[in-house]
Design a protein. Structure first.
Length: 491
């Protein structure tokens, strides 16, 4: 024991010398080779201001393909491919910076909610968002199994309703009872989108009372109502219409007379989505010609005869985007009335989308007359969806043709092509490499009629692949009939 105690100081001294020697050698090695630093060192050296910018770029990354409605999703917004939750797992500094950026957590998109996982995430995100204005989207199908999950998530959102800036709620009808907690206009709400199904035998006065608080919000500028419950439509709140810039009435037909009443009541309206229907002449007053000086985008889906009657009375000098969907064969007056409205308006469209259901499309001659009109020559984005798009129609876009159509066209979508004789390939070559002074096609979507009838020949396929390899965004796919493909629907 005595010998042991005598050697302890000597051992401690020797250990201290070895530790000092090791530190000196490590210092020399790191000084001579600075690139041997740990891999996380460069990440930790970034200033907080730069990290903030990087985080927002990361959080706003979007994929082009739409999210299928059946998928259960919790993210910042529709189409997002990243989540701020990933930033919390990199290192301590990144976690600290991300958790102290309220704007990073102020946008929530929930599709087909799951309990309890989405419930806990919603509470966590709302806590980190501090006092930032909220952008909330809650979507679920109308089945009874989604009533409880949507109601639970909605209760979490209701607790922060004074911070709502934008809401899009697709809810089962029973979940509307949660909105009874809204007793006063929401102070900073700018966009309200509400989607639900109509329930027979249910009172609709509760819906109107709830949405009265939403539509009377002082800052509201955008309202979307997609339901058969007409008592909740913004058109029943005249004081709201006067300040709206975006209005959507979806999932129910709107009388043509009411369409014109809304246009006259919304002097500042820039975007209008509606499904017009024929008026009952015995109960509706006569429609009078209307000029709307501010309307920028018009989206409609109806039968062709109704649209012809609407265009006969409508003049839109500021119109730049027109999207139409036809469910039945249009009347012979449809194309002349549409062209007459565009000529009266003296507008120059930049976006034109025409999509027809089944065999409700225009004839080859009507399409040619429409595409060669002066109002469409400034179009940058064009989409045609109908039963068959022939080579004659495709050849109109060839820059070697006498008409030289649409010199600014950059985005082209042709569905159910039936082109032969290399017409499609030659058109693509002329649009990509043919003529100076014309914009090159940047994105092309071509749909064939059927996988069993490959009407696009091998030459056209090779040209299409060549253009894609040279930088053009393109997709060659088979068309699905009757609006089965969600991305091809009018709205």
């Amino acid at each position: 024991m005595l010998l042991h105690y005598l050697f302890i100081p000597a051992l401690r001294t020797q250990r201290l010398r070895l530790h000092q020697r090791f530190s000196i050698l490590m210092h020399r090695a790191m000084r001579g080779r600075p690139h041997w630093r740990p891999g996380m060192a460069t990440i930790r050296d970034l200033p907080v201001e730069l990290l903030t910018i990087v985080f927002f770029f990361f959080a706003n990354m979007v994929k082009e393909e739409e999210t299928y409605f059946e998928e259960s999703t919790f993210t910042r917004f529709k189409g997002s491919i990243t989540s701020p939750m990933m930033l919390l797992k990199v290192c301590r500094q990144w976690r600290h910076v991300a958790m102290n950026l309220p704007a990073l957590w102020s946008s929530i998109y929930i599709n087909q909610p799951q309990i309890p996982r989405h419930f806990e995430l919603a509470r966590f995100w709302l806590h980190l968002s501090r006092n930032e204005p909220l952008f909330l989207t809650l979507r679920c199908t109308t089945g009874p199994e989604f009533v409880q999950p949507s109601s639970i998530i909605l209760r979490v959102f209701i607790q922060q309703m004074y911070r709502w800036k934008s809401i899009d709620f697709r809810l089962p009808f029973p979940s509307f009872a949660i909105l009874n907690f809204i007793q006063a206009p929401l102070p900073i709400l700018e966009h309200a989108g509400v989607y639900t199904e109509e329930q027979t035998g249910r009172t609709h006065e509760g819906v109107k009372r709830i949405l009265n608080c939403v539509y009377t919000s002082p800052r509201l500028r955008s309202a979307i109502w997609a339901s058969g419950v007409m008592s909740g439509s913004p058109m029943f709140f005249p004081q709201t219409l006067q300040r709206l810039t975006n209005l959507g009435l979806i999932a129910r037909l709107t009388c043509i007379h009411d369409v014109f009443v809304i246009l006259r009541a919304c002097p500042h309206l820039r975007v209008f989505t509606v499904n017009p229907a024929r008026c009952d002449r015995t109960s509706c007053p006569a429609v009078t010609p209307t000029v709307h000086a501010c309307l920028h985008t018009l989206r409609m889906r109806s039968i062709g005869q109704d649209l012809a009657e609407l265009f006969y009375f409508l003049t839109l000098p500021a119109l730049q985007s027109l999207e139409m969907g036809l469910d039945k064969q249009p009347s012979q007056a449809f194309t002349p009335q549409l062209l007459g409205s565009l000529e009266r308006s003296r507008c120059r469209l930049k976006v034109f989308k025409f999509r027809s259901h089944a065999r409700a499309g225009l004839s080859e001659g009507e399409l040619g007359t429409l595409l060669t009109s002066a109002s469409l020559q400034s179009v940058k984005e064009l989409a045609l969806w109908q039963e068959e798009i022939t080579g004659t129609v495709i050849n109109l876009f060839h820059l070697g043709s006498p008409n030289q159509l649409m010199p600014k066209l950059v985005n082209l979508e042709l569905t159910k092509c039936a082109a032969q004789d290399q017409v499609l390939g030659n058109m693509l070559l002329s649009r990509r490499y043919g003529y100076q002074g014309f914009r090159q096609l940047e994105k092309v979507t071509i749909g064939q009629k059927s996988p069993k009838r490959k009407l696009i020949n091998d030459y056209d396929r090779e040209i299409f692949k060549k253009c894609v390899s040279k930088g053009m965004k393109g997709r060659l796919s088979y068309s699905r009939p009757d609006y089965e493909n969600e991305s091809l629907r009018p709205f």
